[in-house]
Write a protein that binds this ligand. Structure first.
Ligand SMILES: [Zn+2]
Length: 90
């Protein structure tokens, strides 16, 4: 089963705008992160689809996400890389 995580960005140009972006760089557990309000694993941010440049559906303006990745030490865990399926975007 193709899996991914979703990162939700708030548009800096208008209060309503939200852009959901899929990432396959993290744990791919269908988790939804809201950028700016919680810790997001660097792998999730690094694996975002379509680069760092999006159009807001609400105001139509483009915005760019400049990544600011912080380093964090975590215990090593064995990764399961058996799931490499692609998931089609709706
Ligand atoms: Zn907007």
């Amino acid at each position: 089963m193709g899996m991914f995580d979703t990162v939700r960005f708030r548009c800096p140009n208008c209060p309503e705008g939200m852009v959901d972006v899929q990432s396959k760089g993290g744990p791919c557990s269908l988790y939804e992160y809201e950028f700016g309000t919680e810790y997001i694993e660097p792998g999730v941010l690094a694996g975002l689809d379509d680069g760092f440049d999006w159009d807001c559906d609400s105001c139509g303006k483009k915005f760019i996400v400049e990544s600011e990745i912080t380093v964090k030490l975590v215990p090593y865990e064995e990764e399961d890389n058996s799931d490499v399926g692609e998931n089609e975007k709706e």
